[in-house]
Design a protein around this ligand. Sequence first.
Ligand code: ZN
Ligand code: ZN
Length: 265
Amino acid sequence: MSNRLLERLSLVTTNAEHVTHEVILLNLTVVNAFLVGDPFADSKDFILVDTGMENSFNFILEVVNKHYGKDIRPRCIVLTHGHFDHVGSVIKLAEYWDVPVYVHELELPYVTGRKDYPLADPRIGGKVAEMSPSFPHTSIDLGERVFALPQDGKIPGIPGWRWIHTPGHTEGHISLFHDLDRVLIAGDVISTTKQESLMAVLTRKQEISGPPAYLTEDWNKVLSSIKHLQSLDPAIILPSHGKPLRGLKVKEHLDMLVSKIEKML
Ligand SMILES: [Zn+2]
Ligand SMILES: [Zn+2]
């Protein structure tokens, strides 16, 4: 699955929907991004979480204009991690709005051109990675626009939310959590779609709907990250890949995921 194919797929059906009173899910087909912040509040403070592929720029602006008002910009952009399908429009958007970008400090080298992502865990992704030499592992360079998230767990612009370090898929992967409503923006730690399904011909191990397997670095860390998120007892999970999970499905999915990964390790 090449970068270009994903770009094309991501044009197929884009849409935006309110998934909670303060989260708008931007469905960019191959990946989701999120606008977080109540559009009806007086402050109009909101942030953008992840930025989809390179061609998501116009759609993201459209949704922001429609829901928050024309010429209104977010307080910042937060990246769950620096993989290409999450950072495609980040440079263009950050420059257009003139806003800072935040990532976990361990992810900083990957979004400032100092480090490339390692190849996937050979137990799962290796075969696929080997067979797809064009698979994008290169990083982008956000230069002086990008900062480490505040140490205290707070997220600039959206009080009530905090970031949680959920390493494993990448070193500095984060999830976002709203304690009062127990809303979890999971990033790539939990997916509800099989990202590998297009690669079914290449690999037989594609049943796990955790993080996209071909890019995941450390499954032991993924397991502890999922257990950490499980302990927060989320009421709704918003993954980067796939549809939101609510109600009983949350516990069911997390239990299934933990036992599948435990069996695999
Ligand atoms: Zn990823
Ligand atoms: Zn992803």
